[in-house]
Design a protein around this ligand. Sequence first.
Ligand code: RAT
Ligand code: ZN
Length: 421
Amino acid sequence: MKSILSEASRVPFAAQVEQIVASTPVFDIHTHLYAPAFGELLLWGVDDLLTYHYLAAETFRQVDLPYEKFWALSRTEQADVIWETLFLEHSPISEACRGVLTTLHAFGLDVKKRDLPALRKWFASQKVDDHISRCMELAGVRTICMTNSPFDDLERPVWEKTPPQDGRFVAALRIDPLLLSWAETAPRLAEWGYAVGPDASSEKTITAVRKFLADWTKRIQARYVMVSLPPDFKFPATTAAANLIEKAVLPHCREFGLPFAMMPGVKRAVNPQLKLAGDGSGLTDLSAVQNLCAQFPDNKFLITVLARENQHELCVLARKFRNLHIFGCWWFMNIPTLIEEITKMRIELLGTSFTPQHSDARVLDQIVYKWQHSRQIIAQILVQKYTELGQSGWQTTRAEVERDVKDLFGGAFERFCERNG
Ligand code: RAT
Ligand code: ZN
């Protein structure tokens, strides 16, 4: 930056952009958080922060503890091991570790004391409802989109009994088991009264699956339907997944005007001993996404990919297909080095017609650091881009910066969702 403009001319405008990015409320379009009505499903507090699966994976690299012994510990004991290993025995400089500290620091807690019991004491005195509001305020999050699975035995009964009324949260319908493990899912659907057969392509099955999708879309008022996919996902193909997508999911999304979110690139359970922390990533052949966008122009696709090597191709696809909206730096992409690289590339290829980030928070408090860290990077990139425009003789006004940031923080996403083809 310094090479582009002198410090004196840079600071006032840069400070304005930074302030706008820091204060514009964001729609967090993909999280694993839950409204309070879901009780224990909403994770929050220091022990949940420490036992986040990103940190569990890092701990096993540093500690000589058999997997089974760690998993047999209580959650508090696991948090003790992680704190000891990643924060006290080594410096917490990984992104996931730093995130815990950014969050605690934002709450006004003195992290340098390294006093875990004192941190626990503070959290024990918080009320969940106020804590949600505090976290959202510190993170600048206006709406949280949950990930809602009818296949989750803890979550399903809550929706069936009393759907939660909490304006801070909206829902997304997650259907991985439907598309990725049909043999196990078909009997469950049948048990719930949907007349499916073992053959995923029969007309009877497709009708029943569409009824299932319609019921759940209405019940949870889903904003979109979503699935994560393995790197070897293909479309078209003779698989149950490809068939169900074409015959049931896409017609359903067209009927309800909903985008279909696909997240390709995850290799589930590459090390099952790590449990939730054991998934890996791989390169996807994005011609599947290209084929879907081309073949179904009346469907809208939200896409994020897990491999760094897929990011450029995905941007090029988005330039070709307006029914494709790119979102987020997902999971292993959510580290400063890659957020910067990916966001810059997206801006350079797509302007502001994408959604740079989602938090993927599994623990409420995480929205604080995920958004603080991302906002800093997004602000730096925007300052650079507006400065470059200045060098081309274009002056960007404050109102224009505000408009752009609103678009990046949910506005472009909402317009995409509302669009009819
Ligand atoms: O980021 C994560 O926490 C992952 O475990 C996954 O939840 C991933 O984001 C997904 O939605 O599949
Ligand atoms: Zn996720």
